[in-house]
Design a binder for this molecule. Structure first.
Ligand SMILES: *Cc1c(COP(=O)(O)O)cnc(C)c1O
Length: 343
């Protein structure tokens, strides 16, 4: 749905697999759905995708580590870059490997994560164009990640005009203008002028069906494509308040709350090592009371169903909980092929 809507506006979609650790099933589903290529922040995930025989274009979306330039050149076609020193090493690595490597120069537009300051862009481009085994694919920016700066008609117009002025200054063509991530969707789909922006790199919106600025559902998308299932290992009536001398818990929290008598308390076999407990949405009537490394404690007193040991409980996850669950070797990843009935 997003590919179709954005393509109509002249914008291609790079499917960002990093939150899934480069899970080939998901990458393949996105490629079948028409993404123009894949992106990941970790060369190890890209290696996973290549080992699964995925031949689509894959972009490394984090500036390469100097220690990994050989792998980057071997496994990807393009990387997002903001350091000349890295690009020089990429050129050298590409020369050694007898190939050419594409570079998208990231520009700092206010979120204060990666990017070249706009007034230094021209001198950087001049230096990049002198490198024998690098092709300048385009420019890009990334907003809303570190500081929550929203993509807007102003900062997107600035990116467009930088593309225009580079073309004029150097007589080159800037093929790709990559405007950002899922946080750009409101801007991109609002109907306003999208200027030179012809690519977005989308992860969260494709996985969770929401945009990250206000975490609203993107119209027409499912928000339950991914479900976390945890198993009950203890279920008992217990008091709502701890007793004894109370100090800090394992994760530095001081227990709070009122004495509301006996509650039905269950423990699920999942914890901080596997999820961000604050990022779980439990079923109706279930409250999350706390978590330690391997235990998630819930109160099911208000639920119509009580849990027995061995029962399974399903949760929806936010981006942070999803990322950690996908990273945990203790969480089995099961892919089902439930095609949407309405499509
Ligand atoms: C993570 C990331 C993305 C994807 O972000 P989402 O919010 O998941 O869409 C895009 N570009 C860069 C540079 C990233 O690091």
């Amino acid at each position: 749905m997003l590919v179709a809507r954005l393509n109509r506006r002249g914008i291609s979609v790079t499917g960002v697999t990093k939150a899934t650790l480069g899970l080939p099933d998901i990458a393949n589903a996105w490629l079948r759905a028409g993404v123009s290529g894949l992106g990941d922040s970790r060369i190890e995930n890209i290696d996973t995708l290549r080992r699964a025989k995925i031949e689509a274009s894959i972009v490394l979306i984090r500036s390469p580590m100097l220690s990994q330039v050989d792998e980057v050149v071997a496994l990807t076609d393009v990387s997002l870059n903001s350091e000349l020193e890295v690009i020089r090493k990429l050129s050298f690595a590409a020369q050694q490997a007898n190939r050419s490597h594409g570079v998208v120069l990231m520009i700092e537009l206010g979120d204060l994560r990666e990017g070249i300051m706009p007034d230094l862009l021209e001198s950087t481009v001049a230096a990049v164009l002198r490198l024998s085994h690098i092709s300048l694919e385009g420019i890009g920016t990334n907003l809303a990640c570190r500081s929550g700066v929203s993509p807007s008609s102003t900062n997107m117009a600035e990116l467009s005009s930088l593309a225009d002025s580079l073309e004029t200054a150097f007589g080159i063509s800037i093929k790709t203008v990559s405007g950002g991530n899922s946080a750009n969707l409101n801007w991109a789909l609002s109907g306003g002028d999208t200027g030179r922006i012809n690519n977005l790199r989308l992860g969260e919106a494709l996985l969770l069906g929401c945009e990250p600025l206000h975490r609203q559902t993107v119209e027409g998308l499912y928000t339950d494509a991914i479900t976390l299932v945890a198993e009950v290992i203890e279920s008992k009536q217990k008091p709502s308040q701890p007793w004894g001398d109370i100090a800090q818990s394992a994760f530095g929290e001081v227990p709070q709350g009122d004495d509301i008598g006996n509650r039905v308390q269950s423990i699920l076999a999942i914890g901080h090592q596997d999820i961000d407990p604050g990022g779980l949405r439990p079923p109706q009537g279930i409250d999350i009371l706390g978590a330690s490394s391997d235990h998630l404690v819930v109160d099911s007193s208000n639920s119509p169903n009580q849990f027995d040991v061995g029962d399974e409980v399903s949760f929806q996850l936010n981006y942070s909980a999803l990322l950690r669950a996908m990273t945990s070797p203790y969480v089995a990843k099961v892919i089902t092929n439930r095609e949407s009935p309405s499509s």
